[in-house]
Design a protein around this ligand. Structure first.
Ligand code: PLP
Length: 391
């Protein structure tokens, strides 16, 4: 049976070339980058190259604007907490209803424990941000505005360059969680006024547990983690050297291939989406269709439960996701779909297919072979149950 992985927004396979580049840093090149002898200097040199590769992928002006972290969650925490110093004059945050939990749970915590005022901006039915509400929420007390570059569930892309400029008009800093955008859309930070950007290596064929925070030159940064003088005293602790080398290698490969690869990925995504809508029907594609990541298709099937769809797909060797949080056996509808006011009969039937460079046309063929039957059977069961209940 062909196994098909279409959950690349959750994580991607580490590229074999990346693995090969990482391996020596577990063995012969094991030195500590802070050591002044040859073992340390060799590693520090390789880390400098990795930093430059990440800088190039982001179009950042200086390599020192890249701070290595343990991933997207840490980078998000570091950016917001840096801007919100206790006792500071500005103690408000502006963010959106569709952020990742790395932001939403952090701002909840800051509201509860530090009395921070949090403005949560909504989106329309296609997931587009209410820009007027964003503007209205900004003010002299705003410390930082944080808006994701692209949404992890629907792939909707936000106008972050424009939003950064608006935040700056009120003297606020601007952070973007670009964990889903890096590697899926071109980024040129030199052309924007963005102050902080979070990224995570495992979303673009690098290893897990490593990421970076971009901190624009000249922006004051207060560390989240205190310790040694690593990362120019912005993040204490001996660096995850193999991880950093892997992230650099993944960034360099991505930069080379991004344009061509994304065209292929989009073609596969579009074929699957078109066929599902035409052949299965009674479903709705979620997100801003004209402004979406090239790899993501989020389809809400009416009147059925996505968990049942995913379970049956998994049995047929196809991995996809619902995008909704699963806790203690019960599934909560996704906060992103709720924010978009998706109709009640579609809220629980959302399936996200997310592609990467590892997908092939045969993967789409396989989904189209199994999915129509899975949906038809679930609809029959749902109809029978409703008939039974009515009777
Ligand atoms: N932000 C977004 C938009 C994400 O999709 C994710 C991961 O799913 C994260 C943050 C968290 O990143 P990490 O897994 O590196 O902590």
């Amino acid at each position: 049976m062909r196994r098909v992985y279409l959950d690349n927004n959750a994580t991607t396979r580490v590229d074999p070339e990346v693995v090969a580049k990482m391996l020596p840093y577990f063995s012969e090149d094991f030195g500590n980058a802070s050591s002044k002898h040859g073992f340390g200097i060799d590693v520090a040199t390789a880390m400098r190259d990795a930093r430059r590769s990440v800088q190039a992928l982001l179009g950042a002006a200086h390599d020192h604007e890249i701070v290595f972290t343990s991933g997207g969650t840490e980078s998000d925490n570091a950016a917001l907490l840096s801007a919100l110093q206790p006792g500071g004059e500005r103690n408000e945050i502006v963010t959106t209803a569709v952020e990742h939990s790395a932001i939403l749970n952090l701002v909840d915590h800051l509201r509860e424990t530090r009395g921070v005022t949090v403005h949560i901006i909504g989106v329309d039915a296609d997931g587009r941000l209410d820009i007027d509400a964003f503007k209205a929420a900004l003010g002299p007390k705003t410390a930082i505005a944080s808006v994701m570059w692209a949404n992890n569930e629907t792939g909707t892309v936000f106008p972050v360059a424009e939003l950064a400029a608006l935040a700056h008009e009120t003297g606020a800093l601007f952070h973007t969680d670009a964990v889903q955008a890096v590697g899926k859309t071109p980024i040129n930070l030199k052309e924007t006024a963005i102050d902080f950007l979070s990224l995570s290596a495992h979303k673009f064929h690098g290893p897990k547990g490593v990421g970076a925070l971009y901190v624009r030159k000249g922006v004051k940064f207060n560390p989240l983690i205190f310790g040694g003088r690593q990362e120019r005293v912005r993040r204490g602790g001996t660096e995850n050297t193999p991880g950093v080398i892997g992230m650099g290698a993944a960034a360099a490969i991505m930069q080379q291939r991004l344009a061509a690869e994304n065209e292929q990925i989009k073609a596969l995504r579009d074929r699957l989406e078109r066929s599902v809508v035409q052949e299965i029907g009674h479903c709705r594609v979620s997100g801003d269709i004209d402004n979406r990541l090239c790899n993501t298709s989020h389809i809400a099937f009416f009147d059925i439960e996505s968990e049942a769809v995913l379970e049956r797909l998994d049995r047929a060797g196809v991995a996809a996701s619902s995008g909704s949080a699963c806790s203690a056996g019960s599934t909560e509808p996704s906060h992103v779909l709720k924010a978009m006011n998706v109709p009640a009969n579609a809220l629980n039937g959302a399936v996200r297919f997310s592609f990467s460079r590892d997908n092939r046309s045969e993967d789409v063929d396989r989904v189209l072979e199994v999915l129509p039957d899975v949906i038809a059977r679930l609809r029959e069961t749902a109809l029978a149950a409703r008939g039974g209940a009515a009777g």
